[in-house]
Design a protein around this ligand. Structure first.
Ligand SMILES: Cc1cc2nc3c(=O)[nH]c(=O)nc-3n(C[C@H](O)[C@H](O)[C@H](O)COP(=O)(O)OP(=O)(O)OC[C@H]3O[C@@H](n4cnc5c(N)ncnc54)[C@H](O)[C@@H]3O)c2cc1C
Length: 439
């Protein structure tokens, strides 16, 4: 079969979308980045993924891998290259109810996974949005609504089906290809294309869902008290605190999720948050976990949110750190800052057990800026926060470079990740080209 790209392999017939195709506008971009790829391949099997990789090699087209298209660096698209879009690989299957083992394909969205598991009374903690793809979360980390109770998504990945850059198909688990399993859990993007994961889910149906709003003082006392409460909190409680500034000052919007259907447990977990400061609004519900990631979240990605994001991790909250975070969210060019509670089950695994080594910090600090001049605003505001964080989480980073790699994969972890990326992808075909800050 021949088209503008040359001769397509038989296996890819009918699975390639080029700019002339009416579906191209809905497939060219990611959530944050408008792309102009030469073609988007939509594989329906691991064999198709291998054929797409072979085709890219033969034509010299640069490869971008996409599962859900929510990656913040926009590496799920490119200009002039080949996008391998795994969206058609989206089966979800409970393999064994008694051991809670679930097989999910990489192109499924977490809203679909959550809805499919709900009738079984099972949950996989993934992230806060249902449109995010399985592939990006399950190869990078997965800081979800239940993070302190469940840990990261990758902590529960028991096996990964991977197409390596040379086209070989491997099922990696603890007994077979353990090094590949290790790198796929936290640094998978540089080693291979994951087509499916076997993940151990947890038993859960209903959760406590509480929303609070609190005024934030410039000295950051509210944040310090939030961090203190979270330092003592039971694992059932995970919170996300979002700081925004407007005419009336800076406010913290807190979403608290309690992994329990007991009103008494929920009340006991959440009540200390009422003492962090001037809490002006509160709302509490007992809801199915599935209500947190509804199918209403699903949408096409067309570059509609050209934001840029960076992040770091913290242990404890000193007055200086709290002040710096508030200043970033309320300065002359304020950014949106989110604090996500870690700790609990995130600290359980051995730091060398996966490629996500950050097992001692208790807060993930995320900064996001929007146009105009999003990169400039982020750089200026983040300069205040940077001295107060260490480490980074790969999935909340818009401009991954060498310095970010060193923060994300520190020390021996970084050496092992770099060695394994070189081993599995010696020609670096999965390494995205550095992105130029725009927006
Ligand atoms: C609105 C929004 C909410 C978010 N909320 C959370 C959250 O609560 N918790 C959290 O942890 N993160 C969150 N994120 C960040 C999210 O984890 C990352 O953006 C993640 O990469 C998205 O996965 P995706 O499959 O949709 O990404 P894509 O854009 O499809 O992929 C991004 C990159 O990840 C790699 N990748 C993707 N799939 C594969 C695969 N199958 N095999 C190998 N490499 C692959 C590739 O390098 C790819 O270019 C959020 C992002 C957004 C935009």
């Amino acid at each position: 079969m021949k088209n503008a790209l040359g001769t397509l392999p038989e296996a890819l017939a009918g699975k390639v979308v080029t700019p002339e195709d009416p579906h191209y506008p809905l497939l060219r971009s990611t959530y944050t980045t408008v792309g102009r790829p030469a073609a988007v391949v939509r594989p329906q099997s691991a064999g198709d993924v291998a054929a797409a990789l072979r085709f890219a090699r033969e034509t010299g087209l640069r490869v971008a891998v996409r599962s859900g298209g929510h990656g913040l660096s926009g590496s799920g698209t490119n200009d002039g290259g080949l996008v391998i879009d795994l969206g058609a690989l989206r089966r979800i299957e409970v393999l064994d109810r008694s051991s809670r083992l679930v097989r999910v394909e990489a192109g499924a969205r977490w809203a679909r996974v959550t809805q499919a598991l709900a009738p079984h009374g099972l949950v996989i903690s993934s992230g806060d949005h249902g449109n995010v793809g399985v592939g990006g979360i399950a190869t990078g980390g997965g800081v979800g609504w239940l993070v302190r109770q469940y840990g990261l998504t990758i902590d529960h990945v028991r096996a990964v089906e991977v197409v390596l850059p040379d086209g070989t198909f491997v099922r990696a688990d603890a007994a077979n290809e353990p090094e590949l399993l290790w790198v796929m859990r936290g640094a998978g993007a540089g080693a291979g294309i994951a087509v499916a994961f076997e993940i151990e889910a947890t038993e859960l149906r209903d959760i406590g869902y509480v929303q609070l709003a609190a005024a934030v003082d410039p000295a950051g006392e509210t944040l310090r008290r939030w961090a203190e409460v979270m330092g003592r909190a039971p694992r059932e409680l995970s919170t996300v605190l979002t700081l925004t500034s407007g005419g009336t000052g800076t406010a913290a919007f807190i979403t608290a999720v309690v992994a329990s259907d007991s009103p008494a447990v929920i009340r006991e977990a959440v009540e200390p948050l009422l003492g962090i400061g001037d809490v002006t609004a509160q709302e509490a519900h007992l809801a199915p976990y599935a209500a947190l990631l509804p199918t209403q979240h699903l949408h096409a990605n067309t570059g509609q949110n050209p934001s840029v994001t960076t992040n770091g991790l913290r242990t404890g909250m000193t007055p200086d750190a709290a002040r710096a975070v508030v200043a970033a969210a309320s300065g002359p060019r304020p950014i949106v800052v989110q604090l996500r509670s870690l700790g609990g089950a995130v600290h359980d695994p051995d730091p060398s057990g996966t490629a996500f080594a950050h097992r001692h910090q208790d807060t993930l600090v995320i900064g996001t800026a929007f146009p105009p001049d999003a990169p400039g605003a982020l750089t200026a505001a983040w300069a205040r926060v940077a001295p107060h964080v260490d480490g980074a989480y790969v999935n909340f980073e818009s401009f991954p470079d060498e310095a970010t790699f060193a923060r994300t994969y520190p020390g021996a972890t970084g050496t092992r990740v770099a060695d394994l990326w070189k081993h599995y992808d010696p020609d670096g075909i999965l390494r995205p080209a550095p992105r130029t800050p725009k927006g």
